[in-house]
Ligand binder design. Structure first.
Ligand code: ATP
Ligand code: NI
Length: 265
């Protein structure tokens, strides 16, 4: 029996219409022929340069593309087409985003209510405290406003908010900027736990080293399209890399001597 992927993105394309002058409208294609598949219990990293369309992929899955974007291809969730209507029902529950930017937190809302999406029942409150504890945050964190949090705490609050409802699919868009190596590692450990809890995690990052350490599979993304998919263990050795861009990314990693010149393809 074939396993059904939690998420299956097939031939995704995203383009924007932009006005050139007053009357001429131009279509700019930013993502083309993108394929990603995720199964329960695994972490798949999408690695690519800035501007390659990683966040757009996340937003396409979550049904939050900007109004001037149009999308082609097919996204399915647990074997069924993920329509706009369906994703709106699942978003924030079965499908959760850990956003790229800490500014996604509501600055005027205390952490506790934010994590439980303003639910006031006892169970939700209890769950919030458990989640905080799980991520090494004290009970007092509940009563803090976002501006009172350090960078690392804010990141953990974003993750807490995402996992409160025990999602089956977590999309993490660059969850580690601003964190030191030890904190970044801890955050990655949290994603592994989430995956072990039978969720699928899509980890978006430009940090190949972090991806190798954390993910099961790595999808290399360049100029809006999938270049190659590799097992993290193969990438760690650097042996089975076919595409020159992937090889360049790999060579640019600190442990491989940072041959930056070659990475600037
Ligand atoms: N609303 C928009 N209108 C036109 N172009 C857009 C819009 N939003 C994004 N783009 C373009 O889409 C491309 C991909 O953007 P995206 O944010 O997905 O990149 P990214 O890979 O997440 O980069 P980063 O690593 O910097 O976060 C960019 O070149 C950007 O200019
Ligand atoms: Ni991005």
């Amino acid at each position: 029996m074939e396993r059904i992927p939690v998420l299956n993105v097939e031939n995704l394309s995203v383009s924007f219409s932009q006005y050139m002058g007053v009357f001429r409208k131009k279509q700019i294609q930013t993502i083309k022929d993108l394929n990603v598949r995720l199964y329960q219990g695994e972490i798949v990293a999408v690695v690519g340069a800035s501007g390659s369309g990683k966040s757009l992929l996340a937003h396409a899955i979550l049904g939050i593309l900007p109004y001037n974007a149009s999308m082609g291809g097919r996204i399915s969730y647990c074997g069924e087409l993920l329509t706009q209507e369906r994703v709106e029902k699942l978003r924030g529950k079965e499908i959760a985003l850990v956003p790229q930017n800490v500014s996604y937190l509501d600055p005027l809302m205390k952490v506790g209510p934010q994590i439980r999406k303003n639910a006031k029942d006892k169970l939700s409150k209890e769950r919030t405290l458990n989640t905080l504890k799980r991520y090494g945050l004290t009970e007092e964190t509940e009563r803090l406003y976002p501006f009172e949090l350090s960078g690392g705490m804010a990141r953990r609050v974003l993750i807490s908010t995402a996992v409160q409802e025990r999602p089956k699919l977590v999309i993490a868009d660059e969850p580690t900027p601003g964190l030191d190596a030890a904190s970044a590692k801890r955050v990655m450990g949290h994603f592994r736990e989430i995956a072990d809890d039978n969720a699928a995690v899509l980890l978006i990052t430009h940090d190949l080293e972090l991806a190798i350490e954390t993910a099961d599979r790595i999808v290399v993304f360049y100029a809006g399209t999938t270049l190659e998919e590799v097992r993290a263990s193969d990438l760690a050795e650097g042996s089975k890399l076919y595409h020159p861009y992937t090889r360049a990314l790999w060579q640019a990693m600190p442990r491989n001597g940072m041959h930056v010149e070659e990475a600037k393809l």
